[in-house]
Design a protein around this ligand. Sequence first.
Ligand SMILES: [Zn+2]
Length: 147
Amino acid sequence: MGQHDCAMAKLRLAAPVWAEVSARALAEAPLECCGLLAGTRAGGVLEAVAALPLVNQLASPTRFISEPAGLFKALRRAREMGLEVLAVYHSHPDGPPAPSATDLEWRWAPGVADLIVAVGGGAPLARAWDLHAALPRELALEVGGPG
Ligand SMILES: [Zn+2]
């Protein structure tokens, strides 16, 4: 067995988390923004209750790497809140909310999802992915409280 017994199936974002992430993706366009989503995990459902913004040290429209000090700070904040890092989010200022070749090379860790927010079309559009499957696997994505 791996670190997590249940395969990821769904990423649920608390409404304020989605509001923050989508606003930031729009504000930082045409550059990519990035950050972590923290929360709790119940079976295959990831419940994100906090967005922890990171600084994209590449300041690039097509790739991101977190500035390291900010990453350590965000990880510490998640731990202090008693939350687990569930997902990495980043934006695609001018592309679809699907993983790029670069995203597939720069994966985080197994059990951590990727949320990609496209803002090229005006209204932010997000999709969630498990990039650790043999092929990118889309996860169900939900905004708001338990349905
Ligand atoms: Zn990307």
